[in-house]
Design a binder for this molecule. Structure first.
Ligand SMILES: CC(C)(COP(=O)(O)OP(=O)(O)OC[C@H]1O[C@@H](n2cnc3c(N)ncnc32)[C@H](O)[C@@H]1OP(=O)(O)O)[C@@H](O)C(=O)NCCC(=O)NCCS
Length: 132
């Protein structure tokens, strides 16, 4: 979020190829969308499963990640993101072995996520940018 998405538009081809590949991997990928007649897809939420080493609390090693939660501006505040997120959380619960699901929240998404049970993790999560 917050990036200039048109600075180098060739990323869109990379993204299309990634979605085409991952959509075939039904055990580790799910996307729920809201599609309205005449408007097409106006809201979505995407979930993936990462494969980590098993631990005592997570014998499968599966960890969920949510990204690409967005509703087109004209269709916001109608419950569409909540519906996509709820369906995605049901998928994680029913169709995967993940014991935790993570996401990075924007300030506008925070209330929605907290209302669905998301909270700060027990351990501090840090990241570093890799020099390229
Ligand atoms: C965040 C976003 C996905 C919400 O989509 P939406 O379809 O409008 O959300 P919903 O209508 O399902 O509302 C869900 C909750 O979001 C919050 N919300 C929705 N619209 C809001 C607004 N205009 N101002 C503040 N909070 C709002 C509310 O907490 C709402 O709870 P409620 O269902 O009890 O009313 C949308 O604003 C968006 O696409 N923002 C830009 C992209 C982004 O920041 N995505 C989140 C990435 S982490």
């Amino acid at each position: 979020m917050g990036e200039d998405i048109d600075a180098d538009p060739t990323w869109r081809g990379d993204a299309a190829a990634w979605f085409a590949r991952r959509m075939k991997e039904a055990s580790t990928f799910a996307a729920f969308v809201a599609e309205l007649p005449g408007s097409g897809v106006v809201s979505c939420a995407v979930g993936t499963i990462d494969d980590h080493a098993p631990s005592p609390r997570n014998r499968s090693g599966q960890r969920g990640e949510i990204a690409n939660v967005v509703t087109s501006p004209d269709f916001r505040s109608r419950g569409l993101a909540r519906a996509c997120m709820s369906a995605l959380l049901t998928w994680f619960t029913d169709e995967t072995a993940a014991t935790t699901v993570r996401l990075a929240a924007t300030s506008v998404g925070e209330a929605l996520y907290r209302s669905l049970g998301f909270a700060e993790p027990r351990d501090l999560i840090l990241q570093v940018r890799v020099a390229r």
